[in-house]
Design a protein around this ligand. Structure first.
Ligand code: FAD
Length: 492
């Protein structure tokens, strides 16, 4: 990236990721010209939308896949600590935005909700107990409770205990400091705030179709203005592709070497939804179970109390489905067009290496509503078909790439920041842990792709996010301070 001080930046896509990066950059450099292009008519309509994801504020309070059992039987808790700390960064930044009157009514996008892990069967109960004992000594998890007592479980999760036959051991842990987040509302609030800023423009109904590097090192972005039916060309020093499922095709257009040997496999999500108030009122938490053996983290079943648009509901899933669209509002040609001569072997190698996953995906796609209801009955034994409706959620595009360590066609389960050597082109791929950790991911973009500016930005970053650059596990006083401030400002 050339080092002239003032930069022109283009952000592609109005989801939580561009909203977060745009807000951070605008706070740090209010005079930089930033343009955001979104192909739909509003912000937060794809994966970040409230109905397209589960709204879990992922802080490793209940997600069992962040604590992995080692061959010697011990539990590796490092990922859980990392995710917890990342969510604290998000909460601090959102709290700062509320404090600065950039966004209002935090209860419209974040609410307190207990996070519970629930397991059955002796092996899983033993695992949960070990996990609990490993996490409890850490200050961030010291309020975690554990029980195998059916009476206590009846208080914690009445809907899940009704009609349950007690023919195998069950156990649960509970953390009352969990949250339900409406990422769609949060995205819209952040983008509306950006629309009010002097050097920031947001253009909806604007489909980015091409990106190329100009001789002077800047980037030219071709935009189809769907309102006017015209073609526009915009230039910038830095481009951020925050296009969710649409990121891989746009990255391929840049032709940077880093865009080669990467592919994406679209997996659509489905949830069972219940809005019957008699049933909804019996479940006041998010409950995460254990993923089926040999399947990826996104298959972890969970039953979530949600609060969307003034209405409470329950969501169960997610179930995987396949369709060739890379975005929910995409085209059936998306996936096929993303297959290039440089990534076809990468994609084929991934399929060959991951046959159990392919088999699981095929089974999931072929599953009927009654198969989905059977899975739900492991959680809610008395669930009746007529109370639950199947809805289509957002798309995840599973990133597949060649790596030096593991060879061709490796499936990536986390988030990938791909960037050109000069850091002027940055793309965000992958969706896990997702929207909850948007702030941590975008702070990484600042750290690694705007290095020349970072030192000057430190004081402002520390003011907005006091634990930036600090370890909360090593500094309990700071942990308590940031938890108190975030909870107070976000009304948790
Ligand atoms: C089923 C499911 C459940 C999930 N549950 C959770 C959860 O509980 N907690 C959590 O933290 N995360 C969760 N996630 C992940 C989370 O939703 C995503 O990580 C996050 O929303 C991604 O945000 P984004 O801004 O990258 O993408 P998006 O929100 O998809 O935004 C991308 C935007 O780019 C636009 N765009 C695309 N192509 C173009 C183009 N060519 N030109 C212009 N605009 C374009 C799109 O229209 C869209 O508005 C879940 C995801 C799924 C699918």
């Amino acid at each position: 990236m050339n080092n002239k001080q003032k930069k022109d930046v283009i952000l592609i896509g109005a989801g939580i990721m561009s909203a977060t990066l745009g807000t951070l950059l605008n706070k740090l450099e209010p005079n930089w010209n930033i343009k955001l292009f979104e192909k739909l008519d509003q912000a937060g309509k794809e994966s970040s939308n409230e109905w397209n994801n589960a709204g879990t504020g992922h802080a490793a309070l209940c997600e069992l896949n962040y604590t992995v059992e080692q061959p010697d039987g011990s539990i590796d808790i490092s990922k859980a600590v990392e995710i917890y700390e990342q969510f604290q960064l998000s909460k601090q930044f959102w709290a700062h935005l509320v404090d600065a009157n950039d966004i209002d009514d935090p209860e419209k996008f974040i609410r307190p909700l207990p996070h519970i892990s629930f397991v059955y069967g002796e092996n899983h109960v033993n695992f949960l107990k070990k996990r609990f004992n490993s996490l409890l000594p850490l200050p961030m998890f010291e309020t975690m409770e554990y029980t195998e007592d059916p009476q206590k479980l009846l208080q914690w999760i009445p809907l899940m205990m009704e009609n349950r036959t007690m023919d195998e051991p069950i156990a649960a842990t509970k953390m009352d400091s969990g949250t339900d987040v409406n990422f769609g509302e949060l995205t819209r609030k952040m983008i509306h705030n950006l629309e009010r800023q002097d050097h920031f423009s947001v253009q909806y109904n604007s489909n980015v179709t091409d990106i190329k590097k100009l001789r002077d090192g800047t980037w030219e972005v071709k935009v189809i203005n769907l309102d006017e039916g015209t073609i526009e060309h915009h230039t910038a020093d830095v481009v951020f592709i925050g296009a969710g499922g649409g990121a891989i095709p746009l990255l391929q257009k840049t032709k940077i070497p880093e865009s080669k040997h990467i592919g994406g496999f679209p997996i659509s999500g489905e949830f069972l939804v219940c809005t019957n108030p008699d049933i909804v009122s019996k479940h006041q938490s998010k409950v995460y179970g254990k993923e089926p053996d040999g399947t990826p983290p996104m298959t972890v079943p969970h039953l979530d109390r949600r609060y969307i648009g003034g209405q409470s509901s329950l969501l169960f899933g997610p179930f995987a489905g396949f369709g060739p669209k890379l975005l929910k509002n995409g085209s059936n040609m998306d996936f096929f067009k993303s297959i290039k001569s440089n990534n076809i072997l990468t994609l084929l190698a991934a399929a060959t290496k991951n046959m159990p996953l392919v088999k699981y995906s095929i089974e999931q796609v072929l599953a009927s509503k009654s198969n989905r209801m059977e899975a739900l009955r492991n959680f809610v034994p008395g669930a009746r078909d007529e109370d639950w409706e199947l809805i289509v959620a957002g798309k995840r595009v599973q990133v597949i790439k060649d790596t030096d360590d593991s060879g061709r066609g490796v499936i990536q389960f986390g988030t990938e920041i791909v960037h050109s050597e000069d850091d002027s082109m940055i793309a965000l791929l992958g969706e896990s842990p997702g929207a909850s950790t948007a702030v941590a991911i975008m702070l990484d973009v600042l750290k690694y792709n705007f290095t020349a500016h970072l030192e000057g930005w430190q004081p402002k970053l520390k003011e907005m996010i006091p634990s930036f650059g600090e370890s909360l596990v090593e500094n309990t006083a700071l942990l308590r301070e940031v938890e108190e401030r975030s909870s107070r400002l976000l009304k948790l």
